[in-house]
Design a protein around this ligand. Structure first.
Ligand SMILES: [Zn+2]
Length: 526
């Protein structure tokens, strides 16, 4: 796959004395509209050798396109050429570690042009970061990935599921796990303070652990304590995330920022003001967001009161059978259902009741909402999509220059297969919330720079050849809430570290991904 490139016609016509030597490259992406991640778009060529970009050629007026002598040329005329997209919040860790090589390709992402994903978000990342990052050596993966050490995994390992503060010894053990994760390449500390048992932690406990990540150059990434009005409320939860960043001395990143549920809809401007104030005061605060009005969670997490979850699933099931708790439970579930907008706003996407709203389950069973929800949870804890955000809030968050694109990819929600493509088709093309350049840069260069992904997120000489070529007329999500696993349309070519992962609009089956260990601050790990 060698291309002898002859820098011929153009240079001669401008009066160069002798012809330059042919350039030795592997691949030429020719004549596309190039968004480098740093500047206004232009028409030109991208030259790739091995895993790197060697040149970006800008067609200027009066300069003819480069002449090439061989065949491995990708015609990108009429196409957008951009840095491969970077997804800072996903739940693809299991797929990346799967026994099935086809799963490890992550087709849902490649077919949207996503070339890098983060895992271990929401506090879920195992402290054994070395193992997570090491697995790609033995088992090839389709995309690059980086990993968090997760507060939930750490706390569960040391304290268990109970609602109590850690002892001093346990605190030391938790710190040691965070340090170990950081020193083996974690991006930082992730939390999901909404979820039990992480929700049992006080702010100070999280600050102490975040500080250990910060000392080693990590960031704090948080699914905040409350995106709605469950406990402290959205505004206070945002304040807490900012405080943890400030007191922990590290950059803070708010996962999938949103105003969830009827009680907080319309609060986006107030939340944005809080983040802007912190940024103005010199703090480094950012967020990511998925472009969907439904969130994805589980039936237990969306409806069960936190007190009822103390002790995990066995304790929850026991409480279902305790007549003394029945009324308290009913009141709590009813209130959470109200916040979520009612039983028709919860669509179950897994298990026996897949593709039915809770309202439909109620009807079929002839039961009220609480009884039906408990009956479903007795069988399992299915994923649900919960329609709970307004378009005005979504657009307001999206317009902020500190908001990146992130899928929060997890099963049953179309965001896995469609986030980036939908953001383009709906919020760039149809609704004009963002320009194409803003969409591209907030999906590539910005996350790469903010999270310190060296030589990624930009199309420039020396950078890794993570590239997407898509058709601006057809790039769109095909996945829907009813059919969440349809691959996106419109992506023609994807390179991952120079490996052609998508060619002529189809997966090649080639796995070019790598683990991306974060380099801890020099001297911070012994
Ligand atoms: Zn989350």
């Amino acid at each position: 796959m060698k291309v002898a490139l002859l820098l011929g016609i153009a240079a001669f016509s401008l009066g160069t004395a002798s012809p330059p030597a042919p350039e030795d490259i592997d691949l030429l992406i020719r004549g596309g509209t190039i968004y480098t991640g740093d500047e206004a778009p232009f028409t030109g060529d991208l030259l790739i050798k091995g895993d790197r970009i060697v040149r970006v050629v800008h067609y200027r007026e009066g300069v003819a396109p480069l002449r090439v002598a061989d065949t491995r040329v990708i015609d990108a005329k009429g196409m957008i050429v951009a840095p491969g997209f970077i997804d800072p919040h996903t739940h693809m860790g299991d797929d990346l570690a799967s026994d099935d090589p086809a799963k490890r390709l992550i087709p849902a992402f490649l077919m949207q042009g996503v070339t890098t994903a983060f895992i271990g978000n929401d506090g879920g990342g195992t402290p054994d970061v070395a193992k997570v990052l090491g697995s790609a050596f033995a088992r090839p993966v389709g995309i690059n990935y980086a990993a968090y050490v997760g507060f939930g995994a750490v706390r569960e390992k040391v304290v268990g599921e109970a609602d109590r503060a850690p002892t001093a010894d346990e605190m030391a053990d938790m710190k040691a796990l965070v340090v170990d994760g950081m020193c083996h390449g974690a991006l930082g500390l992730s939390t999901g303070l909404f979820y039990a048992p992480q929700s049992f932690a006080k702010t100070e406990e999280v600050v102490a652990l975040a500080r250990e990540a910060g000392k080693r150059g990590g960031v704090y990434d948080s699914h905040i304590r409350d995106e709605s009005s469950y406990t402290v409320g959205l505004a206070a939860a945002i304040d807490e995330a900012i405080r943890i960043g400030r007191e922990g001395g590290l950059p803070a990143h708010i996962s999938h920022i949103k105003a969830l549920g009827v009680d907080v809809q319309g609060q986006a401007p107030a939340i944005i003001a809080k983040v802007n104030a912190a940024r103005k005061a010199g703090q480094n605060v950012t967020a990511d967001q998925y472009p969907w009005d439904a969130s994805g969670t589980s039936l237990v997490a969306s409806l069960m009161p936190l007190w009822a979850q103390d002790g995990g699933r066995p304790a929850l099931l026991k409480r279902f059978d305790d007549p003394a708790l029945a009324e308290k439970l009913r009141t709590g579930i009813t209130e959470n259902l109200r916040k979520r907008g009612g039983p028709e706003k919860l669509l179950i996407v897994e298990g026996k009741f897949a593709n039915q709203t809770l309202a439909q389950v109620m009807q079929a069973r002839g039961e009220d909402a609480v009884t039906a929800a408990i009956a479903v949870i007795r069988i399992g804890d299915p994923g649900v999509v919960s329609f709970n955000q307004t378009e005005a809030d979504i657009a307001a968050f999206m317009r902020q220059p500190w908001v990146m694109t992130g899928s929060d990819a997890s099963g049953g929600h179309p965001r896995v297969y469609g986030t980036f493509a939908r953001k383009y088709a709906k919020y760039v093309v149809a609704d004009h919330v963002l320009t194409l350049r803003e969409f591209i840069e907030r999906s590539s260069a910005f996350p790469a720079d903010w999270f310190g992904l060296k030589d990624r997120g930009h199309l420039k000489p020396g950078a890794f050849a993570d590239v997407v070529v898509f058709d601006p007329k057809t790039y769109a999500s095909r996945a829907t809430y009813e059919q969440p696993t349809l691959l996106a349309a419109g992506v023609q070519t994807v390179l991952v570290n120079g490996v052609l992962a998508v060619d002529k609009g189809a997966l090649t089956g080639k796995a070019g991904g790598r683990a991306l260990p974060h380099a801890p601050t020099p001297g911070s790990c012994r």
